[in-house]
Design a protein around this ligand. Structure first.
Ligand code: ATP
Ligand code: MG
Length: 466
């Protein structure tokens, strides 16, 4: 079982769903038991009719069916699967006497067949291979999707504030090189968008872009996902499996949340980058790999290095080029364009026809802090578009938390002087916040003298500034 290698319990995450149809109860039960031990979720059917019902009501990865059964035979089950769930793979079990029928089954779309009497290991081997085939089919599909979605990244990355222009320029320069890029910024700020843009604008754009979230996957699983494993590396590893590094084949791997990479894997990643080779779990033979690495984090990696939570040598390897995406509140001028883009996108998703947000909403959106950045903005717009039903989004349509934050802001009227005052105040508060209230530093950043900063603080009534 997978847990032998410290993997997550198989009950939590089955390796896949199997339907097993056989009218002989001894075969059915023993086979089901063995497959379950291997970590698959198994349903059983004792005759053809039960198998058809199961296929109708469920979504299986693999159907293992006996050919001769009362009710409906294996070919009928095969036909139903082809009709209902063409992605499901069928393994037909047959006695030697009816091998012609097995050949006919293959012609009709069964993926493989196996002869009786059954040898358990053969069945496990074949089932394991079918799951690999499924994995491959999935990757091909993903590849196709990547190709379909080739876009001009400049249309994809919305925002033309000076900060975003600088980022576009950096992407343009770094994309065609093989350099590793570290993309940093708060949560929801668009790190993955930038990573995809780099891939699409590179010479690797027709290869795979494989994102992997280092924080979401348990350590042991992550290692074999990244670097692969040898046959028998742990019980349940029926066949050798390629990791993402091998699979990328000249494409790009996007290591998201790299700050959460466990220490043990930091060493192995360093080796992969420095030597361009990986060691699959349970193997002594290094495999050469050819892959572009992009990494992202919303943590302060420099600090993690100082605190010895992240290897310094790896940090330098990753941080060849750094793209730092500023939070939305530091590039508020991007808000209107983003809002327009997001409304258009949600109109399609939600099948609505909103024209945009009304003036009051835009004013509010320009002044909110957006701690969750563009993702939060996106969610607020989606929420408003699901609940609202006019042509224009109004402040009342926004999520309550967002509207409350808005209410806490000073009211800004149409008067220009007042609006400038409100902006000035927000901006100074922002800079003071970033410098930890260090007024000398803040004045420097603002490009004003210390005494005029004090005057502004007094004039604008900035609270908590002393
Ligand atoms: N400049 C942009 N133009 C258009 N859409 C954007 C832009 N930046 C972000 N988005 C959208 O905002 C959402 C969040 O972006 P993304 O997933 O890239 O953020 P992230 O920094 O990776 O966030 P997290 O740290 O939470 O993983 C996505 O739906 C993305 O399409
Ligand atoms: Mg992300």
């Amino acid at each position: 079982m997978l847990e032998a290698a410290g993997m997550p319990k198989t009950e939590d995450a089955p390796r896949g769903r199997i339907l097993l149809a056989d009218d002989e109860s001894s075969i059915r039960e023993s086979l089901a038991e063995v497959l379950r031990q291997e970590g698959y979720a198994v349903d059983t059917a004792a005759d053809g009719r039960a198998a058809l019902t199961a296929v109708d009501g469920n979504d299986y990865d693999v159907v293992v069916t006996d050919l001769r059964m009362p009710g409906a035979d294996g070919l009928a089950v095969l036909r139903r699967v082809r009709e209902r769930a063409p992605q499901t793979l069928v393994l037909l079990v047959t006695a030697y006497a009816s091998i012609e029928t097995a050949v006919e089954a293959l012609r009709q779309g069964a993926h493989d067949y196996i002869l009786k009497p059954l040898i358990l290991e053969d069945v496990l081997g074949k089932v394991g291979r079918l799951f690999e085939v499924r994995q491959l089919a999935w990757e091909t599909q993903m590849l196709r999707r990547e190709l379909d979605s080739r876009y001009d990244f400049e249309q994809m990355i919305i925002g033309r504030s000076p900060a975003m222009r600088a980022i576009l320029e950096l992407i343009r320069k770094v994309a065609p090189t093989p350099s590793t890029v570290l993309i940093t910024g708060e949560s929801g700020v668009g790190k993955e968008v930038v990573a995809r843009a780099i891939h699409h604008y590179s010479r690797l754009h027709d290869k795979l872009f494989l994102p992997v979230n280092c924080a979401a996957i348990p350590e042991n699983l992550l290692e074999s996902q990244l670097f692969g494993h040898a046959k028998g590396a742990f019980t349940g590893a029926l066949a050798a499996n390629e990791g993402l590094f091998q699979r990328a084949r000249g494409g790009t791997i996007f290591l998201d949340e790299i700050g959460d990479l466990p220490a043990n894997l930091q060493v192995k990643l360093l080796r992969a980058i420095a030597l361009k080779e990986v060691l699959p779990v349970g193997s002594n033979t290094p495999v050469r790999v050819d892959v572009r690495i992009l990494a992202a984090t919303n943590r302060d990696l420099r600090k993690a290095v100082e605190e010895q939570r992240f290897r310094e040598d790896l940090y330098y390897r990753l941080n060849v080029v750094n793209i730092q995406i500023p939070p939305l509140r530091e590039r508020r001028e991007d808000v209107p364009q983003l809002v327009e883009y997001l409304v258009r996108r949600q109109n399609v998703e939600l099948n609505k026809s909103f024209k945009g947000v009304n003036n009051a909403t835009m004013k509010l959106m320009m002044s909110l802090p957006w701690k969750g950045n563009i993702r939060e903005l996106e969610n607020a717009i989606e929420h408003a578009m699901i609940l609202g039903d006019g042509e224009w989004i109004t402040p009342a349509d926004l999520p309550r938390a967002v509207a409350q934050e808005g209410a806490a802001l000073p009211a800004v009227g149409d008067n220009l002087k007042e609006a400038i005052r409100a902006y000035e105040r927000g901006h100074i508060e922002n800079v003071l916040g970033r410098t930890g209230n260090d007024k000398r530093k803040a004045a420097d950043l603002l490009g004003v003298s210390l005494s005029s900063l004090y005057r502004k603080i007094e004039e604008l009534g900035i609270a908590g500034a002393d």
